[in-house]
Design a binder for this molecule. Structure first.
Ligand code: BEZ
Ligand code: FE
Length: 283
């Protein structure tokens, strides 16, 4: 096609992908091209503005490596990661939330009731609950992968003072689907803002804070793995999460533990109790 105009270019580009290797790819590309072109037409995108967009992508590529992915961060602060999670929702299942960049493979195994506090400062928290199916029946042998930032708002990968895998652990729920472990209350923290995403946040008049949270991946045979986060109802950033991860159903009211609650875990009051039942949807 040689007589390309601003009105026929979209169909020309979509048609060029007519031989795509799958119907799904052809569909996704055609909708992506339609929205990208409509966006450029709507805002009358100038060459200088598009060059600024390309420069942003180049800078994101240069700052990304095995330990840092600026593209995921961009997707997070634009709400796209959260939207993709929300599109995966299933009735009766726990809502999904951000994976984030600090999940680590190979976290040490903890027994049910295990301790992550060790030498960490901070308010002790007993975390406990069950892993259930959509109908509320316990799931045998569910596996939980847990990670969080320390009380200074840093993950062990960001803080040379913390031992490897500090506040990270995996555990298997018991025969009634119950899990429990002890940890400390994490603090709110900033997502990395020393790169192009930080510049975008500043230019957009935004901050980089996330409310404090626990991360979990909960998995069991025959169920879709659940990646989610739990938040605390008194957090000042609950309504202003830089990555839009908060869902009402994931916000915990921490209780005050008593001597009886703490005895099996060697915890003495004062400590807090975070109680949450996860519900997985069948594959
Ligand atoms: C996190 O929760 O670990 C996280 C999520 C998005 C960006 C940065 C950190
Ligand atoms: Fe996090």
């Amino acid at each position: 096609m040689r007589n390309i105009t601003r009105d026929n270019i979209t169909q020309a580009v979509i048609g060029s992908f007519g031989g795509a290797e799958s119907e799904r790819l052809r569909f996704v590309l055609s909708r992506l091209i339609t929205h990208l072109h409509d966006f450029a037409r709507e805002v009358e995108l100038t060459p200088e503005e598009w060059k600024a967009g390309i420069d942003f992508l180049c800078r994101a590529g240069k700052i990304s490596d095995d330990a840092r992915n600026e593209f995921i961060l961009a997707s997070d602060i634009l709400g796209l990661s959260s939207l993709v999670d929300l599109l995966q929702g299933a009735a009766g299942a726990t809502e999904r939330s951000n994976l984030g960049p600090f999940h680590a493979e190979g976290s040490p195994a903890l027994p049910v009731g295990g301790d992550l506090i060790r030498s960490n400062d901070g308010e002790p928290v007993l975390v406990r609950g069950r892993v259930l199916d959509q109908a509320g029946a316990p799931i045998l042998g569910a596996q939980l992968d847990f990670w969080q930032a320390a009380a200074n708002g840093l993950y062990w990968q960001q803080d040379p003072q913390q031992p490897r895998y500090n506040l990270y652990g995996t555990l298997r729920a018991d025969a009634q689907g119950r899990y429990a472990f002890t940890t400390i209350r994490p603090a709110p923290y900033n997502v990395p803002y020393d790169g192009p995403v930080g510049d975008l946040l500043r230019a957009g008049g935004r901050h980089a804070w996330r409310p404090a949270h626990f991360h979990f991946i909960v998995a069991a045979d025959g169920y879709r793995p659940l990646t989610t986060e739990l938040y605390f109802d008194d957090d000042r950033y609950l309504d202003a999460d830089a990555v839009f991860g908060v869902r009402e159903s994931l916000v915990l009211a921490l209780g005050n533990g008593d001597a009886e609650d703490g005895r099996p875990y060697g915890l003495k009051p004062p400590f807090r109790v975070a109680q949450f039942d996860f519900r997985l949807d069948a594959e």
